[in-house]
Design a protein around this ligand. Sequence first.
Ligand SMILES: [Fe+2]
Length: 145
Amino acid sequence: MSDQLIKAAKIGFASQYTYYLKAHFFHWNVEGINFQELHSLFETIYTEVYGTVDEFAEKIRSLGGYAPGSNSRFSMLTQIADETEIMPGIAMVDELLADSENMVKVLKRVYDLAEAEGQHGFSNFLAERMDAFQKHAWMLRATTK
Ligand SMILES: [Fe+2]
């Protein structure tokens, strides 16, 4: 297992954790006429994403790396921008849609490295994560139409 793969895996993991937190943040704070719909949509998404956080961390341990678990390390590693503003619901949907598409790209880089190193168990996991973020992107995109 190369250091390059472990580093990329940590970036993917930190990005997923930041994404999870943002989806939960939006769930808590969304307002407006679409409140119930968006509150539920964000819950569906953060629940799915959080459901694989533990497995992702343990995959990093299996590769021989240590799993990051602090806000300072996550902010150093993540490719998903932090959000502190309370925005209108549709702006939350637009931002999480862009983040979902970005997550697919971030995880694809990790996937390619895992495949190149014959880490097929890890690449299978990453393929499922990319599929899940594509589904989140679809639901968010459909909401904006
Ligand atoms: Fe809730």
